[in-house]
Ligand binder design. Structure first.
Ligand SMILES: Cc1cc2nc3c(=O)[nH]c(=O)nc-3n(C[C@H](O)[C@H](O)[C@H](O)COP(=O)(O)OP(=O)(O)OC[C@H]3O[C@@H](n4cnc5c(N)ncnc54)[C@H](O)[C@@H]3O)c2cc1C
Ligand code: FES
Length: 344
């Protein structure tokens, strides 16, 4: 989302009376409940001041909560009810927030919220949609990745579609929303805890056990998603069979070096240090390039590469496209050459 849209959110923060037309820009919501789900995860419920209905959403959707510094963080919406109306005219939004470390402070801000506090959020958007297909569906969640996945389980349960939810964590006490999920999913739930199994969840083993063309939806730590991608590739399955959502951007890698980026439109040149992305640097310079996820999995920030060799770190391009080096996602990818010229 371009920075301009969030500037609109800041203005709405001052208003107690948000007109319907402004909803695309922001909703002023009150925290009505805060609960500790695990040592690190809190569940928050957000509602309008008089509990008026909120915009509807589909499983996999997230809201973006504005932070005091005008940056924002995304949180997936949670529904554990098999009532098909729970998401069509909701009177509150429920989210689960894991306290992160290292962190730029977003999850700390969310954990400091108390009942009665107000936050501004962008209404639900969805890059992780559950397809309306009839095959049995495999849901795979690790840790806080349960938030979008449980909403998918609730929708599948409501529609009477067959599914199996694999939910993994270090110990049972690290599994957020566990009692509600056990109640919702019953025999469709398969739990994995590292301490009792004596090992982390075996993604490759799960994929190897699948017999038909079940679509797989995965959300969890980057290592789990990378294992799911590797297991999909190893079996020659189509990319479309595995859908996933990443919660965090790639951390800088050791050996990352500074490089120069030149914008074709203006000829301006920028030095990209190892701890910043191309997108960060050109936004700091006052540009407003299109972007959304900042994790290399939505494709919105993609640009053409006119000179130089990109170092791809995204989850969008195919292996062939990466080898061609003609386009790149500037929110995560870097450069193998000292200079890149991009069509921006
Ligand atoms: C679509 C979407 C849905 C999401 N849903 C949820 C949700 O339901 N619940 C939830 O808790 N979060 C969710 N997130 C993540 C959330 O938006 C925030 O990113 C999260 O709360 C952390 O914010 P932060 O400012 O505390 O940490 P950030 O500074 O954003 O860091 C996040 C993580 O990135 C890694 N990291 C960052 N910098 C470094 C570094 N220099 N070296 C190594 N590692 C680093 C660390 O693992 C760190 O914990 C979602 C994200 C997206 C994109
Ligand atoms: S902003 Fe989503 S891929 Fe870059």
């Amino acid at each position: 989302m371009a920075a301009a849209a969030l500037a609109g959110v800041a203005k709405l923060h001052m208003s107690q009376d948000i007109p319907e037309m402004a909803e695309a820009e922001g909703l002023l919501l009150t925290v009505t409940d805060v609960r500790a789900e695990t040592r690190l995860i809190r569940a928050l419920t957000l509602a309008r001041s008089h509990h008026e209905p909120l915009p509807s959403w589909h499983p996999g959707a997230h809201i973006r909560v504005q932070l005091p510094d005008r940056d924002d963080r995304s949180y997936s919406l949670i529904n554990v009810s098999a009532d098909p109306h729970a998401t069509t005219r909701p009177r509150s939004y429920r989210i689960g927030v894991r306290l992160e470390d290292p962190s730029r402070g977003g999850s700390r801000f969310m954990h400091a919220l108390r009942a009665g506090d107000q936050v501004t959020v962008l209404p639900p958007s969805n890059n992780f949609q559950l397809e309306p297909r009839q095959q049995p569906v495999i849901l795979l969640a690790g840790g806080i990745g349960i938030t979008p996945i449980v909403s998918m389980a609730a929708a599948l349960a409501a529609e009477g579609r067959p599914y199996r939810l694999h939910y993994a964590g270090r110990t049972r006490s690290d599994l957020a929303f566990i009692k509600e999920i056990e109640q919702l999913c019953g025999e469709h739930l398969v739990l994995h805890t590292d301490d009792t199994a004596g090992r982390i969840f075996d993604v490759d083993g799960l994929f190897g056990s699948l017999r038909s063309e079940e679509p797989i939806y995965c959300c969890g730590p980057r290592a789990m998603i990378d294992a799911a991608i590797a297991a999909t590739k190893a079996r020659g399955w189509t990319d479309a069979r595995l859908r996933f959502e990443l919660f965090s951007a790639a951390a800088p890698q050791s050996g990352d070096r500074p490089f120069e980026v030149v914008l074709k439109s203006t000829g301006e040149s920028f030095l990209i240090p190892p701890d910043k992305t191309i997108l960060d640097v050109i936004i700091e310079a006052g540009k407003d390039p299109l972007h959304d996820c900042k994790r290399g999995d939505c494709g919105i920030c993609q640009v053409q590469v006119l000179e130089g060799v990109p170092d791809h770190r995204d989850y969008i391009l195919s292996d062939t496209e990466k080898a061609e080096g003609k386009k790149m996602q500037i929110c995560v990818s870097r450069s193998k050459t000292p200079r890149l010229v991009i069509d921006l």
